[in-house]
Design a protein around this ligand. Structure first.
Ligand code: PMP
Length: 303
């Protein structure tokens, strides 16, 4: 069955959509996107769109920064996404990728022409890394900054920075890269935020350190406070703290909550997934399929 996509207000066959080789999105990376998950619950035979509203709110904020306009509200985009998941008969955990892009075909790398388009496509996605325990290395590529290519806008062009870091460290056998900011603080992974457990506090770099303010990050902070009673601190983190923390873990829509057990060939904590990460993963898995009443508002049933 050919896959359906949402394109410019309609659910259509993926094969019917074509993007011009002259579009600014293709030529200059003038586009922004989101990554959303819908979790399949075997017990209930139900698919739950997860944090969809939060992701579409962020997409609309990105559009505002990049002078892109689409005529839909977050709520409408959530409704279209449910329609799309149904059209694709999604009955497994699924990744949802909305992209807003400059379709204009003029030569300049300009954000001024208002020929903006939106595509949403879906694909099955179970585990992103395929591993429960990751070995990472700090990349020699520094993170793009809000002063030049704002990570907050989730611009497709910014993912060249992510891809360069991945090329450097994954080709050497590590599972994922870690970025430092230009000032040398630990920032995030190429597609995930980072957390540290030190003296039983949960620490994560602040928005001012050029991170993407992850939707999963916000939820992990909330769960750590409310469900584990932990103190959560947003502050700049030095590179050496990466080596000397009790635990380190990633958070992200694709990556979910995943332990980092080695950094730059140094073992972190016990060298295995820690207690805090394990507990948060367990709670997160329940929240994803609407099993905890308090967080049910984050899920939208599809079927
Ligand atoms: N940082 C970067 C650079 C990312 O691409 C992502 C994935 N969207 C994240 C962090 C995690 O954000 P979220 O939890 O919203 O998926």
């Amino acid at each position: 069955m050919t896959q359906k996509v949402f394109y410019q207000g309609e659910i259509v066959d993926e094969s019917s959509v074509s993007i011009s080789i002259r579009s600014k999105a293709f030529n200059y990376g003038l586009a922004c996107f989101e990554g959303i998950r819908a979790y399949w619950d075997d017990e209930e035979e139900q698919l739950y769109g997860f944090c969809m509203k939060e992701h579409y709110d962020r997409l609309l904020e990105s559009c505002k920064c990049l002078n892109m306009k689409i005529p839909y509200t977050s709520e409408e985009l959530c409704d279209y996404t449910v329609e799309l998941l149904k059209a694709n008969n999604c009955k497994t955990t699924t990744y949802i990728r909305p992209i807003v892009y400059k379709g204009a075909e003029t030569l300049k790398p300009s954000l001024m022409e208002m020929d903006d388009r939106i595509i949403i496509y879906t694909q099955p996605l179970d585990s992103y890394s395929g591993k429960d325990e990751l070995r990472v290395a700090v990349s020699s590529w520094r993170r793009i900054s809000d002063t030049s290519l704002p990570p907050r806008t989730k611009a497709t062009a910014g993912y060249l920075n992510s891809a360069l870091a991945g090329l450097e460290v994954i080709s050497k056998g590590y599972d994922e890269a870690i970025f430092l900011t230009n000032a040398g603080f630990v920032c995030e992974g190429p597609g995930e935020n980072i957390f540290f457990v030190k003296n039983d506090k949960l620490i994560t770099p602040p928005p001012s350190d050029d991170i993407l303010e992850g939707i999963t990050r916000a939820l992990v902070m909330k769960l750590a406070k409310e469900e584990l009673g932990m103190e959560v601190v947003e502050r700049s983190v030095a590179r050496t703290e990466l080596y000397n923390s009790q635990e380190v873990f990633f958070s992200g829509t694709a990556m979910e909550v995943t332990a980092v057990v080695e950094a730059d060939d140094r073992r972190i904590g016990t060298g295995h997934e820690g207690e805090v990460c394990r507990k948060l993963k367990e709670i997160f898995a329940k929240v994803g399929v609407g099993k905890i009443d308090k967080y049910k508002y984050l899920t939208i049933p599809v079927w």
